[in-house]
Design a protein around this ligand. Structure first.
Ligand SMILES: Cc1ncc(COP(=O)(O)O)c(C=O)c1O
Length: 369
């Protein structure tokens, strides 16, 4: 289904920036950030912050607790672990970001076992179940959409496997899935779910967005070793429509505007638009001989990771398309030279994507010449 919603806020075809985050930001959102200064302990802030969680919860698909932090998403990886303080963590690593979350757990001094899955291949829930049988784990970390490889894991099935095989808390990074493809915090039984503003929410970077289940919050009350991102503090202050520490108020003004926009499009409509963008890239890639890295059915709806057709260098392609005014992502980490990534998340519309694909065709012809 192709959404007819004007995602760009009035000018279809204007997006030229296709990194897999940070992403292009609409004028109305950027302008909202220029709001005059307000104090974060006054009524104007409380009025603003009171409006955020009820609408954010709709995007995270929960009746439970959602909150924002002034941090990168990485800060929320740490928050998930420091608030829980699990005795032993099973870290599912299938790409650069999930590997980094495992490293984060090790840096915090936690006992971590890594379940390694090959890059570009979705994690098999049966493997997760097997791994959980080998030791007593209190937490499982999983990245839903691995931005480094464009692979979408079956988070619902993985969470089910964790619940069936253990009592472990499911900690999910939905940084490049939520607001772009289905994430169901309540229905999938997730415990801590985190994202950042600079991905499918289409805000500037700097804001963390998260959900914590009731059982996670209960446990955090007893065990948390976090200070800046202590969950019980966030909860206590949320009751007063405040944040524990000085927030980035400009980001919250922007989020206020953007949540209206997202809910006007509808969460399902936003998913459908991203799915249509993904399908358009897939059809284009197949027609041009560029190989999609993840298999069909396990492709992120927000970032496409492709191997250029034989004889074409991905680095030349990225550089040539840049000269035409379009920014796309190169490969990530060990795949830097062998792949390129198109971020089609946030408020990207089909006309803009089509313009990019045409520019990529010209760039490929130039690189081959
Ligand atoms: C899946 C995933 N997790 C985590 C991060 C880290 O986000 P941040 O740079 O906001 O800490 C990224 C960034 O690209 C990501 O794609």
């Amino acid at each position: 289904m192709t959404s007819t919603f004007d995602s760009t806020g009035g000018k279809p075809g204007q997006v030229r920036f296709f990194l897999p985050g940070p992403v292009w930001v609409r004028d109305a959102v950027r302008q909202a950030m220029a709001h005059e200064a307000i104090g974060h302990r006054g009524k104007a802030f409380a009025d603003l912050y009171a409006r955020i969680p009820p609408r954010l919860a709709k995007v995270f698909r929960t009746e439970g607790f959602v909150f924002t932090t002034t941090s990168a998403a990485t800060g929320l990886w740490e928050a998930a672990l420091l608030n829980l303080m699990p005795e032993r963590v099973l870290a599912i690593a299938s790409g650069a970001f999930s590997e980094r979350w495992a490293a984060c757990a090790r840096d915090l001094g936690l006992a971590v076992d890594v379940l390694e899955a090959p890059w570009g291949v979705p994690v098999d829930p049966a493997e997760v179940r097997r791994a959980l049988g080998k030791a007593k784990y209190e937490a499982v970390t999983v990245v839903h959409s691995e931005t480094s490889t464009g692979t979408l894991n079956d988070l619902e099935a993985i969470a089910r496997a964790v619940r069936e095989a253990s009592n472990a808390f499911v900690l999910a990074d939905v940084v490049t899935s939520v607001a772009g493809s289905p994430v169901e915090c309540d229905a999938w039984g997730l415990d801590f779910v985190l994202s950042g503003s600079q991905k499918a929410f289409a805000l500037p970077p700097g804001l963390g967005l998260a959900f914590a289940s009731e059982r996670f919050r209960e446990r955090a009350k007893e065990r948390s070793r976090a200070h800046y991102l202590r969950l019980s503090e966030a909860e206590a202050f949320a009751g007063k429509h405040q944040t524990p520490y000085t927030p980035s108020t400009p980001h919250l003004f922007a989020l206020d505007v953007q949540l209206d926009h997202i809910l006007a499009e509808t969460v399902e409509g936003r998913w459908a638009r991203h799915d249509a963008l993904r399908a358009r890239v897939a059809a284009w890639a197949a027609a041009r001989g560029h190989a999609y890295v993840p298999p069909e059915g396990a492709r992120s709806w927000t970032v496409s990771c492709l191997k250029p057709r034989p004889g074409l260098s991905s680095e030349a392609l990225v550089a040539n398309v840049k000269e035409r005014g379009f920014t796309i992502g190169g490969g990530y980490g060990k795949w830097k030279a062998s792949t390129f990534r198109i971020g089609h998340m946030g408020d990207v519309d089909m006309a803009s994507l089509d313009a990019l694909l045409a520019a990529l065709d010209e760039s490929a012809a130039e690189a081959a010449a």
